[in-house]
Design a protein around this ligand. Structure first.
Ligand code: ADP
Length: 216
């Protein structure tokens, strides 16, 4: 299926589907390695009126694991790999379309805050016709051991099976370096804002918000 067909499929469910076929969503990307704090920052931004947060990992985790997509998520994420692009983008479009239909996300007035997607160059290419990326907030943490420590804490607190195993964590970090990082080049340095992810969450949030306010 080509991406145009997916686009209509995903949004056709919403009452305002037609309008959205014609416009790209104004989007901010929260980008970074597993454990860098994308979800934390996405939730903070999403709690502010006129921002709508969507975390791709949360979308996957909300699936019934008996469904084919739920099964695919279990299979790939438990190995530290990305779920195949077509499944991922199709699911994401359907969910966003539903949010538009329910008027939870109002694309004419809300900015979309994405974390966890696009996660490789191919996804970024497929999504080019759907999202108008204003800024990419790259949460940087060169210290891999610090990320691993954060992920292990999250495994206990959030009961995440993919954070519990050392080998899977290391594989996810390698997947990030090899497959996800090229997304930064795809959008180009002018759109990317690098933020030190080892700072306190409130400081990171402040830097993201300052940037958005300075360049709306
Ligand atoms: P983290 O960023 O901490 O690794 P996420 O919750 O974003 O956690 O993702 C968990 C897992 O879900 C990933 O390791 C991957 O298997 C799958 N996943 C999430 N988003 C995508 C995506 N855009 N493309 C492919 N797989 C994804």
């Amino acid at each position: 299926m080509d991406s145009g067909a997916l686009w209509v499929d995903g949004l056709g469910r919403g009452g305002s589907g037609f309008r959205n076929i014609c416009m790209k969503y104004r989007t901010y990307l929260i980008f970074g390695a597993p454990g860098a704090g994308k979800g934390t920052q996405g939730k903070i931004l999403g709690s502010i009126p006129r921002f709508f947060h969507c975390a791709c990992g949360d979308v996957f985790r909300s699936l019934d694991t008996r469904t084919p997509v739920g099964q695919a998520f279990l299979e790939y994420s438990s190995r530290g790999q990305l779920v195949p692009d077509e499944i991922t983008v199709k699911l994401w479009m359907a969910v966003i379309g539903d949010m538009v239909g329910l008027h939870k996300f109002k694309p004419d007035i809300d900015a979309l805050v994405l974390d966890g997607i696009p996660r490789n160059r191919e996804q970024a290419e497929i999504m080019t016709s759907l999202i108008d990326v204003r800024r990419v907030f790259h949460l940087t943490c060169p210290d891999r051991e610090a990320l691993i420590t954060r992920l292990k804490k999250r495994a206990v607190k959030e009961n995440r099976f993919d954070d519990a195993n050392d080998e899977v964590i290391r594989k996810r970090l390698t997947t990030y370096e090899n497959e996800s990082k090229p997304v930064l080049e795809y959008y180009g340095e002018a759109k990317v804002c690098h933020i030190d992810a080892t700072q306190a969450p409130v400081v990171v949030a402040h830097q993201i918000l300052s940037e958005i306010i300075a360049n709306p």
